[in-house]
Design a protein around this ligand. Structure first.
Ligand code: SPV
Ligand code: MG
Length: 557
C-alpha cells in the first residue's frame, strides 16, 4: 500500500517515471486497467486499491466541480486539480483531455503544462470544441476533420519533452454512427500521425462493434476501451480480444454521489448523526488519507521550537489531606480558586504555552474531574500508593518531552516558559525565596550545588537532593522544589530506567517524586535547577486555599 502523503513527492524518483509507467501499461500484452479519479483524495484511493494507473475523467472532473461535461470548467482548472492528484500518487495519470481544449497550439501548451506536473499522458477525441459527453446525443455531434486532428496530434507529440509522454487518440466514429470502416480509417490516420494508442469508444450495451474493431485493427497499436455501456461483458472477452487497457471511467464519482446523497438525506430527515456514524469513514481514516502522520513526524524532525513537542503529566490522584471538609465529593485538584478549579487553571496555563498533550493521573473521585482537553489515566491503587505509582500509569505520555507537575500548583506563567527553555535533560524548579534562617517546615527541601545568585542571568546549578523530612534536614537547603520538573531528550530514558529499578523495591508504593529525583542524581544523572523566587504556591490546607484566591486575583506576588 502506498504511503505517499498528500502533497509530497519525495520518493517519486526511486521508481520508473510516471511517463514510463503509463507507456508500459499501454504497451502491455496482458490487459491492464485504469480507474477513474477526480481529485487528490479519490486518486489516492485508486492507488491504494492497487490500480497501476488513473483515468482523470472529464465527466468526473467536471461533475465534481458541479458543471457539465461541455468544457465549462476551464483547462487550467482541470490542470490545477490534476496537480493535486499527481502530488498524492505515485502511479501515472492519463488525462481525458477532451478535444485538447482548442486547436494544435492549445494542445502544445497543454502537453507542456501536463509534463510539468508529471501527468503521464493525455487522450484527445476527434470532436469539436466545446465537446459534449459522448453519451448525450453522441450521434448528433460533429467529428473533427481528420487532417486537422492529425495535425493536432503531431503538434502534441512534437512539443513533449519526455519521450515517454503518451498521446492517445480517441475515435468517436462509432459513437457518431459513422460505422466501422470510418472508425478504422480514422484510427489508422491517427496512428500514422504519431498517436501512442487508440481509444475506440462505443455507446452500445453489447461489445460487438468494439470487438469487431479490435479484430480488424489487429494490434497495429495499443487499443483502449471504455466499457461503461457494455459493462456486462466479461472482462475475459476483452483479454481475448487483446485489448491493452480497459478504463473503468466514472465509478468513483458515481459511488461518491450515491453515498453523499444517502447520507445527506438521512441526516436531514433524522436531524441526528447517530444512525450514520458507523456508515461513513471515520475522521481518522480521512486524516490517514491526507497523510497527517507524515506531517507530525516532519514537525518532530524540522521544528526546533520546543513548543511543538512538549507534553505534560499532572499528578492529581489524591484527595488532599487537611482539606477533608472540602473534598467529600471531589479530589483536591477540583477545588475552585476564585471560581475556577485548580486543575482547570493548570491546564489553561499549559495550553496558553501550546502544551496541549496533557495527561492527568486520577485516583480519588475521578468522576468529579470535569476539565476538557486532557487525557485521563487512572491509578486504581491511589489510596495505598504514592506519586511514583501514579506516574507509572502515565508513562505513555513520556514519548515526548514532558513537564511533570503536581496538580495543586498555582504559578506565574513565566515559570513554565523559563522551564521549557532551560537547557538540561532534567530540570527541576526550585524556589529560593525562604525567610532568612528558616529551615523548619520546608516541604521538599532542595539542596543544590550553588545557592541562587539572582545577579546572574542563567545559572548552571545542579540539584544534589530533595529532603522531605523537614525536622531532620541535613544542612541548610538552597530552596524548595516546587513540584515541577521537565524531562527532555535522553532524560526521558533515564527516568524510565529509574522507575523500572525503583519498582523492584519493596517500598515502591510509598515512594514520591523526590525519591525519583534523588535516585536519578545518585545514579549519575544530572538534574539542573531553575531557580525562581516566589510567584507560585501549592494548596495543602484552608489557609493555602485562601491565599490561592488572592494569588489568582493577582493580589499576591
Ligand atoms: C469520461 O470519462 O469523461 C469519458 C468517457 O470521456 S465517457 O464518459 O464514457 O465518454
Ligand atoms: Mg470525457
Amino acid at each position: 500500500m502506498s504511503t505517499v502523503p498528500l502533497s509530497t513527492t519525495t520518493d517519486l524518483k526511486r521508481q520508473p517515471s510516471k511517463f514510463a509507467q503509463l507507456r508500459a501499461l499501454l504497451e502491455s500484452k496482458p490487459t491492464e486497467f485504469l480507474m477513474e479519479a477526480h481529485n487528490g483524495l479519490s486518486a489516492r484511493i485508486v492507488e491504494e486499491a492497487g490500480f497501476k494507473g488513473i483515468w482523470a475523467s472529464g465527466l468526473a472532473l467536471s461533475s465534481q466541480f458541479g458543471v457539465r461535461d461541455n468544457n465549462e470548467a476551464s483547462w487550467t482548472q482541470i490542470v490545477d486539480m490534476l496537480e493535486f492528484m499527481s502530488d498524492t500518487t505515485r502511479i501515472p495519470i492519463l488525462l481525458d483531455g477532451d478535444t485538447g481544449y482548442g486547436n494544435f497550439n492549445n494542445l502544445r501548451r497543454l502537453v507542456r503544462k501536463l509534463e510539468q506536473r508529471e501527468i503521464a499522458g493525455v487522450c484527445i477525441e476527434d470532436k469539436v470544441f466545446p465537446k459534449t459527453n459522448s453519451f448525450i446525443y453522441g450521434e448528433r455531434q460533429p467529428l473533427a476533420d481528420v487532417d486537422e486532428f492529425c495535425g493536432k496530434l503531431k503538434a502534441g507529440k512534437d512539443s513533449q519533452n519526455d519521450p515517454d509522454f503518451s498521446i492517445v487518440a480517441r475515435v468517436e466514429a462509432l459513437i457518431a454512427g459513422w460505422g466501422l470502416d470510418e472508425a478504422l480509417r480514422r484510427a489508422e490516420a491517427y496512428h500514422g500521425a504519431g498517436a501512442d494508442a487508440i481509444l475506440i469508444h462505443s455507446k452500445l450495451s453489447q461489445a460487438d462493434e468494439i470487438l469487431a474493431f479490435a479484430r480488424e485493427w489487429a494490434g497495429r497499436a495499443p487499443l483502449i476501451i471504455v466499457p461503461t455501456k457494455y459493462y456486462s461483458t466479461p472482462t475475459e472477452v476483452f483479454r481475448k480480444a487483446d485489448i491493452s487497457v480497459v478504463i473503468w471511467a466514472n465509478h468513483l464519482i458515481r459511488a461518491a454521489a450515491a453515498a453523499m446523497a444517502e447520507v445527506a438525506r438521512e441526516i436531514h430527515a433524522t436531524e441526528t448523526l447517530v444512525n450514520i456514524e458507523d456508515q461513513v469513514a471515520p475522521v481518522s481514516e480521512i486524516f490517514r488519507l491526507q497523510g497527517a502522520e507524515e506531517l507530525l513526524a516532519a514537525e518532530r524532525r524540522y521544528t526546533a521550537s520546543p513548543d511543538a513537542e512538549t507534553g505534560a503529566i499532572v499528578l492529581a490522584a489524591t484527595r488532599g489531606e487537611g482539606l477533608e471538609s472540602m473534598t467529600q465529593e471531589r479530589p483536591k485538584v477540583m477545588l475552585p480558586v476564585a471560581g475556577i478549579p485548580l486543575l482547570r487553571r493548570l491546564v489553561d496555563k499549559f495550553k496558553r504555552q501550546n502544551i496541549n498533550h496533557i495527561t492527568t493521573v486520577t485516583g480519588y473521585k475521578p468522576e468529579a474531574i470535569d476539565v476538557k482537553g486532557i487525557s485521563l489515566v487512572h491509578n486504581p491503587d491511589y489510596a495505598l500508593s504514592g506519586e511514583l505509582s501514579s506516574l507509572t500509569c502515565a508513562l505513555e505520555a513520556l514519548s515526548e518531552d514532558t513537564i511533570i507537575t503536581y496538580g495543586d500548583l498555582l504559578f506565574r506563567s513565566y515559570i513554565l516558559r523559563d522551564l521549557r527553555h532551560m537547557p538540561g535533560n532534567i530540570v527541576a524548579v526550585v524556589d529560593s525565596a525562604m525567610p532568612p534562617g528558616k529551615t523548619e517546615n520546608i516541604r521538599d527541601a532542595a539542596f543544590c550545588s550553588q545557592p541562587d545568585d539572582r545577579s546572574l542571568f542563567r545559572q548552571d546549578v545542579d540539584l544534589l537532593r530533595v529532603e522531605t523530612q523537614s525536622e531532620t534536614l541535613h544542612g541548610r537547603p538552597s530552596g524548595r522544589w516546587i513540584g515541577m520538573v521537565r524531562v527532555a531528550g535522553e532524560g526521558r530514558q533515564w527516568l524510565l530506567n529509574a522507575l523500572q529499578a525503583l519498582r523492584q523495591q519493596e517500598h515502591f508504593p510509598q515512594l514520591g517524586m523526590p525519591d525519583l529525583l534523588n535516585y536519578l542524581v545518585a545514579n549519575g544523572h544530572p538534574i539542573k535547577v531553575l531557580y525562581v523566587n516566589g510567584h507560585w504556591l501549592d494548596v495543602n490546607n484552608m489557609e493555602d486555599l485562601t491565599r490561592a484566591g488572592d494569588f489568582a486575583h493577582g493580589h499576591q506576588q
